[in-house]
Design a protein around this ligand. Structure first.
Ligand code: ATP
Ligand code: MG
Length: 434
């Protein structure tokens, strides 16, 4: 498509992306925008990041840019870094020959199930297009003449509003099962449907996700739920039998759509989508804490039913068990799992709010997140939790006098607090509020 036949103008493209394209071009390399940014611009959307494809090798890219890092092993590429903005520069990928020759075997590797373990054979632009996942993601904007190359019928698919894999769907899913998650992600984000030949296979092949390293799934899952279309994505993941692969401990609790567990997941996603769309901060810690709260709760009750264990110990063990199992599937870095633990632990501490403790809790770095989560639970469960949530809302809003009055009211109202009974009669550990 020559410049006159498409809608992409240079003013739509970020300055940093243009810088990268022009420097590659001026050094005599081919340079294209590719993937999501081209697709989004052609659909009239604003791209959130820019990917570049080139015939320069990662090393050649590194020589051209001082601010360049080479990353990835499975898929080696260059990141050109401008502060917080990163332009991803990938060398054209080529076909994988039979792995009889030693050189190729080093660069590309498949498992017995057809999983592509390494994809570092370089090739031509046309070959690169064939290695891309979906037809809508295989369009290239050429900085040399501002044309768009569409090898796989991406424009047609945009018009038909269909997500279609390039090549044989089963082979392409087996090469990289993450493509199943990507199909769902794009369907939700772009409000498109997954073509029948690509969608029908997903429930059958979903278990292949078990072969994906948990670290890679962490990134993918963030994109699934934190890009502003989380609820729709969740519904599609359920429809295609993928959600269970990501959160196997949660799935048994979601059998009924109107259960409190299902409602909580939906609500946290609705809230997350709202925040993303208003450019407010969202953290995976909150989302994961919400997703895994009921599995922790269920495990805690199971442990207590077995007997011989205090409620607090049962709770701590349940937290460890559930996190441990989840980490087999999706890696959660410590910087998120620690705040998750805080949010969970605070759910119990928020009900013990006598005297100084209430003030101390307000100062806790995770108080706000824990309070928000408490309100979310209260919305599903009502009753005691609703009162507790309201008390904390009032307590935060009140002045010094008001706070004192609120604390006094606990005693008068006979609400159980940590010191409302004599110390000796109080059990060392309190039963958590369920
Ligand atoms: P987003 O809007 O989320 O950035 P995107 O399409 O740009 O969507 P990226 O993950 O940034 O997605 O990938 C950039 C491009 O790289 C894709 O458009 C696609 O062409 C190619 N690609 C990414 N992941 C895969 C994959 N697993 N298999 C094949 N091609 C892929
Ligand atoms: Mg992208």
């Amino acid at each position: 498509m020559p410049r006159a036949d498409h809608s992409i103008s240079r003013s739509d493209i970020s300055e940093n992306a243009l810088k990268v394209l022009y420097r590659l071009h001026n050094a005599g390399f081919q340079a294209f925008l590719v993937g999501g940014c081209v697709r989004d611009m052609l659909m009239g959307l604003h791209p959130k990041d820019y990917d570049v494809a080139t015939d320069a090798t990662p090393e050649q890219v590194k020589e051209l840019f001082r601010n360049c890092r080479l990353i990835g092993r499975r898929f080696r590429l260059a990141h050109v870094v401008f502060g917080r903005d990163v332009i991803e520069v990938a060398t054209f990928r080529g076909h994988h020959q039979e792995e009889d020759d030693e050189q190729t075997a080093k660069l590309s590797k498949r498992s017995d199930e057809g999983l592509l373990l390494r994809d570092n054979v370089f090739g031509s632009l046309e070959e690169d297009a064939e290695r891309r996942d979906f037809t809508i993601n295989a369009m290239y904007y050429n900085i040399a003449d501002f044309s768009v190359a569409d090898f796989a019928g991406g424009m047609q698919a945009i018009k038909a509003r269909e997500i279609r894999l390039i090549g044989d769907p089963e082979t392409r899913y087996r090469e990289d099962p993450v493509r199943m998650l990507r199909a769902v992600r794009f369907a939700a984000k772009l409000d498109m449907k997954i073509s029948a030949s690509c969608g029908d296979l997903i429930p059958k092949l979903a278990p292949l996700l078990a072969n994906i390293p948990p670290a890679r799934l962490f990134e993918e899952v963030l994109k699934l739920f934190m890009s502003g279309h989380g609820l729709r994505t969740y519904e599609l993941l359920q429809q295609y039998g993928l959600f269970n692969q990501l959160f196997p401990q949660l799935q048994p609790l979601l059998k009924k759509a109107d259960s409190k567990e299902s409602q909580l997941i939906r609500q946290v996603l609705i809230n997350t989508d709202e925040r993303v769309n208003q450019d407010m901060k969202v953290t995976p810690a909150f989302l994961y804490a919400a997703f895994l709260w009921y599995p922790v709760d269920a495990r805690c009750q199971e442990l207590q039913a077995e007997g011989g264990i205090s409620p607090l110990d049962a709770f701590n063990m349940a937290v460890n068990d559930v996190l441990h199992r989840q980490l087999q599937r999706i890696m959660i870095p410590k910087r998120f799992s620690l705040p998750m633990r805080d949010i969970w632990a605070l759910q119990h501490r928020l009900s013990r709010r006598f005297g100084r403790r209430a003030y101390q809790l307000l100062e806790h770095p995770k108080f706000r997140a824990a309070y928000d989560f408490l309100l979310l639970r209260a919305e599903q469960e009502g009753g005691e939790l609703e009162e507790l949530g309201k008390w904390w809302t009032d307590f935060q809003d009140a002045d010094a006098e008001g706070r004192k009055a609120l604390l006094d009211s606990l005693r008068e109202g006979g609400v159980k607090t940590s010191r409302s009974r004599s110390k000796r009669r109080r059990p060392r550990t309190k039963k958590p509020v369920q």
